[in-house]
Design a protein around this ligand. Structure first.
Ligand SMILES: Cc1cc2nc3c(=O)[nH]c(=O)nc-3n(C[C@H](O)[C@H](O)[C@H](O)COP(=O)(O)O)c2cc1C
Length: 366
């Protein structure tokens, strides 16, 4: 079965893409995932000055099921890449040389300054990466420098910064949305007005994973203190699915969606595709299960396509969208269904099932 799919002119061997984060943290791990069979990868977000990026330890926290201990939610306070841009440029080149058929997307982020965004865009583009993802969505740490979700939460900034990038980009540009807003359609439409070819959604949801009842400290705790971080893994999936469907129903057909948030297997991936995602990205799932999880993703989607008679991945995209409606419409549909059931009940073959006197009374109006 051919799982390849072309999105904004980029030919993905399959729609499974590593989400920006630890799974795309350097050339070695990117190579490992392409060897394992991933169609594409969004590398860890890069910026011009890695020296400004200082990570803390610990920076992750898990929420477990009370009954099984399974990880259902994951919080991180990790920043963007702390590796120098020159090293990254070499590695982008190297990965593209070794894996010309896999799609490599560079995630970029900068301060609110046109020259910085354009310089970064040009530098990275020259390495031969296939596309850009603009990180308007990291909800912690970088926001203190007015980066990340500080831009994604303000549609005017989203549009402006996207247009700075698209002015110099010769390759497709996706804009990655923050879910930490009321109406995700607004920044998405702003990014599209700025020239974005695709929308990636969602980044993490602002959260506090818990409080240590012994020390009274919120977690993750660094030297006794804490900041809210980004929530991911299966607990966020329903929110991500809702946002992806809202985007798919609102944005033009030629703007692609890359669905992200709590995808852990082929079933989850298919849900995103049915609601409008052309590709799916996975970050925490890979951190918890390893890159080999792509085997099940491929097998599960292939089986679904065979069972349901889909010939290409593109055919799946958006297939469940026509079934969203309004509450008022659901009420009307329910009433109509009741009426038609009542109609059926009045047919002659119903007579034998009930006492004839009872049926006569039922059909009598006085
Ligand atoms: C540890 C960690 C680091 C991340 N770093 C980045 C990043 O550098 N850039 C980015 O755009 N998203 C980053 N993300 C967000 C993920 O790409 C993804 O949008 C989010 O985690 C939801 O998907 P998931 O449930 O598959 O992880 C990070 C997520 C995690 C868990």
């Amino acid at each position: 079965m051919d799982l390849s799919t072309t999105v904004n002119g980029m030919k993905f061997p399959n729609p499974f893409v590593l989400g920006s984060g630890p799974p795309g943290t350097n050339a070695r791990v990117l190579a490992k995932s392409f060897d394992a069979g991933w169609g594409g990868a969004v590398a860890k977000t890069v910026s011009l000055e890695s020296a400004k990026v200082v990570n803390v330890v610990p920076r992750y926290g898990k929420l477990r099921s009370r009954s099984t201990g399974e990880v259902i939610g994951f919080e991180n306070i990790e920043l963007i890449s702390d590796r120098p841009i020159d090293v990254w440029l070499d590695e982008f080149r190297q990965v593209k040389k070794e894996y010309p058929n896999n799609i490599l997307i560079a995630s970029i982020m900068e301060e609110y300054e046109k020259s910085r965004w354009q310089e970064l865009t040009r530098m990275v583009q020259d390495t031969g990466v296939d596309g850009f993802e603009l990180n308007f969505s990291c909800p912690h740490g970088m926001t203190e420098r007015k980066m990340g979700s500080e831009m994604g939460e303000h549609p005017d900034l989203t549009e402006e910064v996207t247009s700075w990038v698209t002015e110099v980009a010769k390759i497709p540009v996706w804009a990655k949305m923050t879910p930490n807003i009321t109406n995700i359609r607004e920044p998405a439409q702003a990014a599209i007005a700025g020239g974005a070819n695709g929308i990636s959604a969602i980044n993490t949801i602002l959260s506090v994973i818990g409080v240590d009842l012994n020390t009274l400290r919120p977690m993750p705790t660094v030297e006794g203190y804490c900041v809210p971080g980004g929530y991911s893994a299966q607990a966020v999936r329903p929110i991500a699915l809702r946002m992806v469907s809202q985007l798919a129903l609102a944005i033009p057909d030629d703007v692609s969606i890359s669905g992200i948030g709590g995808i852990e297997n082929s079933h989850d991936a298919l849900e995103f595709m049915l609601l409008g995602a052309s590709t799916v990205q996975i970050c925490t799932g890979v951190m918890l299960q390893g890159v080999k999880m792509v085997d099940e993703l491929k097998e599960g989607v292939e089986k679904f396509m065979t069972d349901k008679g889909f010939d290409s991945v593109q055919e799946i995209v958006g297939k469940s969208l026509p079934y969203f409606s309004t509450h008022m419409d659901l009420v009307q549909k329910m009433k109509a269904a009741k009426r038609s059931k009542a109609g059926e009940a009045s047919r002659d073959n119903e007579w034998a099932q009930k006492d004839i006197t009872e049926k006569t009374a039922e059909l009598t109006s006085n």
